[in-house]
Design a protein around this ligand. Structure first.
Ligand code: ADP
Length: 484
């Protein structure tokens, strides 16, 4: 099948495709203007927009499209015709290359067309040579308008209308309006958004009822599209604001964690001095209490460090790791005493299950200990009073899987996908049963990213959970224990 797809597109389709490709108000106005002055669409010579701001009750000159002289006009028409021809060639080439012509989407060709038209007009705007760029800077206060000013007149019109400056004694925009022109308001849900004016100053075709009908039809469609564009702009600005709030939160986290770190280090240091009897003898009950202070202070310190780390990564930083040959079993035994103190009075057994030879992995030993700490801490925390935690080491081909398995409360299917988000907790009430800040798994994730491991979670509510961390095992790591 051959044929000219652009000819088959109705004006309606062109308008829909053009308006649909706008995502900001500036784009929207430019695209509407592009269509109005396009000889293949509406065929006006020039188009003007004035945005109306209902808070300040003023008109702000937005833009004027079209030429300032007949030569410019002819050049502009020529450019657009060349553009049309180029796109026609493109659509024909697509038809030749695609055996089934139904796959050639005229709409996407037209999206492309209005987009490139828009870019072209935008470029012309920037150097100010081709279009009426000075129009951009007009600001007119509504209250200052004389009674017969064009803008006031158009605001009271329900639809578009053909107006003649001379005949009607209309004032305003003298430099632009010389002949009869069409004008109408663009109204979104919010109210009057702007005024659109177009004329045929360099064209012979008269502004008759047909031209008015087309213009009116166009502004009706454009008014409907405006709601979408305004919505997109709102969403974009909300997203921007939220990003800013998020950045402030990250900043705040980072400052608070830094400030908490210093006094904490002193507390831990001084308690140790007293505990080690460097400042005089202490009784066994005092020693016992100091041990608890030390333990809680150390936990607090690790939470502060986690917060700081998250804040740093969110601010675009990286977790500092030093990759070396690490024995995963030794790291597990290193962290075990810390976890045992977290167990408190609960009756929980913690034991490793070694399925086959545990290879060395390329990792950072401190990072690995912190990963174990968070996973084991959760395993112990989410077992209500008694149960079992096993740590399974299982080498499969070139991977080492370490699973932390508990017989705790488990996690429902829908929550399982969210637990790695930071600050996410299945139970987010203030008076929740289990403590924590909802950052442990986020830290685990960041650490694993830094050392090149990954994590998966499986769980059944009321039965227990299994968190599996996986590290690649290189042959060097197994054959030459210290050669990584
Ligand atoms: P938290 O400090 O709250 O433990 P985490 O990021 O470590 O924060 O975990 C996020 C949430 O995931 C927890 O609040 C909990 O609801 C759930 N969770 C994590 N590990 C387990 C587990 N082993 N058993 C049950 N729930 C868990």
């Amino acid at each position: 099948m051959t044929g000219d797809y652009s000819q088959e597109l109705t004006l309606l389709e062109q308008v829909h495709a053009g308006l649909g490709s706008a995502s900001t108000l500036d784009e929207f106005y430019l695209i509407v203007g592009g269509m109005l002055v396009d000889p293949n669409a509406f065929g006006f010579s020039r188009a003007f927009f004035l945005r109306y701001d209902d808070r300040t009750r003023s008109f702000i000159g937005r833009l004027a499209l079209g030429a300032r002289s007949l030569e410019e006009h002819l050049q502009f028409r020529n450019d657009i015709l060349e553009e049309t021809a180029r796109l026609k060639d493109l659509s024909e080439m697509m038809q030749r290359e695609v055996s089934d012509p139904r796959f050639v989407q005229p709409r996407s060709v037209y999206n492309l067309r209005f987009h490139s038209l828009w870019i072209q007009l935008m470029q012309m705007q920037e150097d100010g040579t081709n279009v009426n760029a000075e129009f951009k800077n007009i600001t007119i206060k509504f209250d200052h308008l004389p009674h017969n000013h064009l803008l006031g007149r158009v605001m009271t019109l329900e639809n578009g209308a053909v107006l003649d400056k001379g005949e009607l004694g209309i004032d305003g925009l003298e430099a632009f309006l010389k002949r009869p022109f069409v004008a109408g308001g663009l109204v979104s849900k919010r109210g009057l958004n702007g005024i659109l004016i177009a004329d045929r100053i360099y064209e012979q075709e008269p502004l008759d009822d047909k031209a008015l009908y087309h213009f009116q039809w166009m502004i009706n469609h454009a008014s409907v599209s405006l709601d979408n564009v305004e919505l997109v702009e709102q969403l974009t600005s909300t997203t921007k604001r939220l990003k800013e709030v998020d950045r402030l939160k990250t900043n705040f986290l980072s400052i608070v964690s830094h400030e908490l770190r210093t006094p904490l280090t002193s507390i831990i240091g001084f308690v140790r001095l007293v505990e080690e009897e460097k400042v005089g003898p202490i009784t066994p009950p005092q020693c016992d209490l100091l041990k608890r202070v030390s333990h809680h202070a150390a936990h607090l310190q690790s939470m502060v460090n986690d917060l700081l780390e998250i804040a740093e990564v969110e601010a675009g930083g990286m977790i500092d790791v030093e990759l070396e040959a690490v024995d995963p079993l030794a790291a597990f035994y290193n962290i075990l005493p810390k976890i045992e103190t977290r167990r408190g009075s609960k009756n929980i057994t913690i034991e490793p299950v070694i399925r086959n030879t545990v290879p060395l992995i390329r990792c950072d030993s401190l990072a690995l200990e912190r990963i174990y700490y968070h996973l084991l801490d959760n395993a112990v925390k989410f077992i209500p009073s008694e149960g079992r935690v096993t740590v399974e080491f299982d080498r499969r081909d070139n991977e080492l899987n370490i699973s932390i398995v508990d017989t705790g409360i488990g996690i429902s299917h829908e929550n399982l996908t969210r637990i790695f988000d930071h600050f996410y907790q299945v139970d987010s009430r203030l008076e929740r049963t289990y403590g924590g800040m909802g950052i442990g798994l986020r830290v685990v994730n960041l650490l694993l990213k830094a050392v090149g491991g990954k994590i998966t979670a499986e769980s059944t509510s009321g039965v227990g959970s299994r968190f599996t961390i996986t590290f690649p095992v290189t042959t060097i790591a197994t054959d030459h224990k210290h050669g990584i």
